[in-house]
Design a binder for this molecule. Sequence first.
Ligand SMILES: [Zn+2]
Length: 326
Amino acid sequence: MKLAMICSAVDPTIGGVLVFGDRGTGKSTAVRALAALLPPMHAVVGCRYACDPELEEALCEECRERARHGPLKHKLVPVPVVDMPLGVTEDRVVGALDLERALSQGVKAFEPGLLARANRGFLYIDEVNLLEDHLVDLLIDVAASGENLVEREGLSVRHPARFVLIGSGNPEEGELRPQLLDRFGLSVEVSTPTELGERVDVIKRRDEFERDRRAFVAKWKKHDDALRRRIVAGRRRVADIDLPESVLESAARLCMQLGTDGLRAELTLIRAARALGSFEQAAAVDVSHLRRVAAPALRHRLRRDPLDESGSGARVERALHEVFGE
Ligand SMILES: [Zn+2]
C-alpha cells in the first residue's frame, strides 16, 4: 500500500489506489500519514479551491478574475485529505448551485462540495464498494479530468478538482463492478499481519504514538523528512526520466500474457514504473521497476478464469515469471 501511494503521490495521473482488506489494518492512517508528510502547498488566499498560484492554466474562474487586478496573494496550507461519508448526496460531493438566488438576484451562487475541498490532495472513500455506482463513476471521471463541472438548468460552474482517489473496501461486503475496478490505477491487498514480531512492532508503535505524540513524531522526523525529499525529487524528475523502448515492450508482453483488455493496463503499468523509478532516483526506468509495480497495476484488471482458481496476485506473479524468467 505504501509503494502504491508513493507512486500516486509522485504521479497523481496514475489514477488512484484501491485498497482491499481487513478493518483495523491502518488503511486510512496510511493515507493521512502520507498527506501529512507532503510539503504544505501554496494556495491563493480566499480561494475556495486552494488554487495553485503558480499554475495559471489550472486557476478557477474566481482566481482568474483576481489575477486581472494584480499578483495573486498566497499562503501555505496543508495537503488536504477529504473523507467521503457513506450515504452522502451528490450535491454534497459535487457542490450545489443555488437556482433560486440565480433567478432572483442574477448571481451565480455556488456552494462548493467535497470535490472542491479535495483539490490538490487526497479523497478517501472508506467502503467504496458500498457507494452507489454512479457516484463512483463520477468521482473517477473527475479524478481523471482534474475538473469538476456542475450543471443545473442551463447554469454551469466548473472548478479545478485534481486529487488522488483512494478507495478502500472489504471484498466480503460486496464487489465493485469490473468496469469500475478497471478504472482505478492501482490496487493492493492489505491483510492483518500473521507474524508475531510484526504484530508486536505495530502495537508498540501505536502505543508510543498514543502516549506521547510529540516524542513519536520527533523520533521519526528524520525518516519522514528523507521520504518527503525523495517524493518531491521524484515529482520533479518524473517528466524527464528516460523510458527505454525495451521496457515498453516488456510491459506490453506482460499484458498480452495476462490477456488484459484494452491498453489501459500497459499505460498504468508504465506510469507506475516511471513514478517508482523517479522516486528511486534511477537514471532510467528498468524492468525491476516494472516488476515491482506489476501486481498493483494489473491484478484488478484480470478477467475471471473459471479454470484457474489461483488469486489474481498469483496469476500476475506467474506471468512475470513466464515473461522475465527468474
Ligand atoms: Zn481559485
